[in-house]
Design a protein around this ligand. Structure first.
Ligand SMILES: [Zn+2]
Length: 157
């Protein structure tokens, strides 16, 4: 079976009903099957659906952004930040000069103590998607060679 390019509209919420993201009012998201662009628990469902199908899909955190890793939570001191930096809750930074390194977020500041967390913001969260398939077709040779979908909602180049 050839790999497909799948387009879909989505709304994603936490299981408590808090809105995380939606494609509402935007171009549907387009992706190449098996390229790792879509979390595994969702891609598995999308692969079984046809154009026009709508579905609610629950994806637990293990099949989404993974569990929370306590080892990525650190306590550092304010004076470990560069001189003159005005550290605030919500600030994000990388400890290593590598695009793949975890992104740390400042979660709490108490006096000189700064708590930072390198988990993905959605780690440990069970997600609820509402999806609608808008497009499904065989991937082109070029898309397979590039490893991603082309066109509106995919890569433009
Ligand atoms: Zn390309």
């Amino acid at each position: 079976m050839s790999r497909k390019v799948i387009g879909f509209h989505y709304t994603v919420k936490t299981e408590q009903g808090e809105l995380i993201d939606t494609s509402d009012g935007k171009t549907p998201l387009l992706f190449l099957e098996g390229s790792g662009q879509i979390i595994p628990g969702l891609e598995k469902e999308l692969a079984t659906m046809s154009v026009g199908d709508k579905k609610d899909v629950k994806v637990d955190s293990d099949n989404a952004y993974g569990p929370i890793n306590e080892e990525l939570k650190y306590l550092v001191k304010k004076d470990q930040f560069p001189d003159g930096s005005d550290v605030k809750v919500g600030d994000q930074f990388q400890l290593e000069n590598d695009p793949a390194a975890p992104i740390f977020t400042v979660t709490l500041i108490e006096n000189d103590d700064v708590f930072i967390d390198g988990n993905h913001p959605l780690a440990g969260i069970n997600l609820e998607f509402n999806v609608e398939i808008t497009e499904k077709r065989d991937a082109t040779e070029e898309e397979l060679a590039h490893g991603h979908a082309h066109g509106a909602g995919g890569h433009q180049h």
